[in-house]
Write a protein that binds this ligand. Structure first.
Ligand SMILES: Cc1cc2nc3c(=O)[nH]c(=O)nc-3n(C[C@H](O)[C@H](O)[C@H](O)COP(=O)(O)OP(=O)(O)OC[C@H]3O[C@@H](n4cnc5c(N)ncnc54)[C@H](O)[C@@H]3O)c2cc1C
Ligand code: FES
Length: 325
């Protein structure tokens, strides 16, 4: 039994999220004792962190009595709350990504940090995790939802969702949020619907006057998966510190598009550089997030400054490709 399972059994409310070694929310310091770790994603716990005595308690089984403490948050995170809202608008962004806009909470605005996510039940369906694509305090909250073939929520339940339907929101969660105090360059890398948190981070950073170089990378499979391109290009015209690159893992011949997986594209662009004073935000399918985080580490970015948001549950992780969420 993992430490997290034991704590749950005892009724202890300990910080955690996915319970499968993906999200890093259960990261803890092992003060004493020994644990054995099951498999987990390296983007959730780097080798250096493991060597420094940090553990993921959702994947750690105690071998002796253990003393653990949750790792410190580096900001005062907004409180987690639950509220009901309604769907205001639904629009197609691509053949399989839909923008869903909901009303803000009616009593007081939903407080979240750009890059965080919510656990949402749309129209009474089972709750699922989706990242906020809009900025905090806009009066409405937006999500980019990718349809998973045969997914109980994203394929079946959302087919019948219409404006006016009820939504239940719990959140915010997640630590891959914009660090406004960082003054060095920023790189924000999105695979498919991973653009949701990246869009929130980037638009907030620019809106708040962050003027350091800001590089956005969007990776998708093919031409039909490209979205938000005009909005990204318009933004880079307005803000000269912003650069935007879109790469297709399966471009049609002669498309003129950049081709390749995101980690190879980053290697091409920054292979000769040193990203030691950069900060990175990476969101999308776990294999892509892992590959990009490993590349950024090779390029000198400290693991503690690479904030990752692998999308989906452990079961789903096994069926994803690195091409795009
Ligand atoms: C922190 C976090 C933030 C997220 N943010 C977003 C977001 O902003 N936008 C977004 O579109 N998604 C996001 N996701 C992923 C989203 O939560 C899942 O796609 C969703 O839960 C699928 O629910 P479902 O009921 O449709 O699929 P299920 O019925 O639960 O699963 C059906 C089948 O599809 C597989 N599957 C489930 N999810 C995926 C997936 N993502 N890719 C491939 N196969 C999958 C399952 O393993 C299963 O075999 C996020 C996930 C996490 C953990
Ligand atoms: S709860 Fe342990 S990594 Fe998500």
């Amino acid at each position: 039994m993992t430490i997290l399972e034991s704590l749950k059994q005892e009724g202890v409310d300990y910080p955690h999220g996915c319970a499968t070694g993906l999200c890093s929310l259960c990261k803890s310091r092992l003060i004493s004792g020994e644990v054995s770790h099951q498999d987990y994603y390296e983007s959730a716990l780097s080798k250096e962190e493991r060597a420094a005595g940090l553990v993921l308690i959702c994947c750690a089984t105690p071998q002796t009595d253990c003393v653990i403490t949750p790792v410190q948050q580096d900001a005062n995170l907004p409180p987690v709350r639950t509220f009901d809202s309604t769907v205001i608008a639904i629009s197609e962004l691509t053949h399989d990504i839909t923008r869903i806009t909901i009303a803000d909470a009616s009593d007081k605005p939903y407080e979240f940090l750009p890059g965080q996510y919510s656990r949402i039940s749309f129209g009474g369906a089972e709750a699922r995790d989706f990242s906020m694509a809009s900025r905090p305090g806009e009066g409405t909250v937006e999500f980019f939802v990718r349809r998973i073939p045969d997914g109980r929520v994203t394929d079946h339940a959302l087919r019948t969702l219409v404006a006016g339907d009820r939504v239940n929101v719990r959140g915010p969660f997640g630590r891959a949020y914009l660090r406004e105090g960082h003054i060095g360059p920023i790189i924000a890398v999105a695979g498919g619907s991973g653009l949701a948190p990246v869009w929130s981070i980037v638009t907030t950073a620019l809106d708040r006057g962050m003027t350091q170089p800001l590089h956005v990378y969007l990776g998708v499979r093919s031409e039909q998966d490209v979205y938000m391109e005009k909005a990204l290009v318009d933004l880079s015209t307005r803000f000269p510190n912003l650069s935007v690159s879109i790469a297709l893992s399966e471009p049609p011949p002669g498309s003129g598009r950049r081709s390749g997986f995101l980690h190879t594209v980053l290697q091409e662009d920054f292979g000769s550089g040193n990203l030691s004073d950069w900060v990175g935000y990476v969101a999308g399918p776990p294999p892509m997030v892992d590959a990009v985080a490993a590349t950024l580490a090779q390029l000198g970015m400290p693991g503690a400054r690479c904030y990752t948001d692998p999308f989906l549950t452990a079961a789903a992780g096994k069926v994803q490709s690195a091409a795009g969420a």
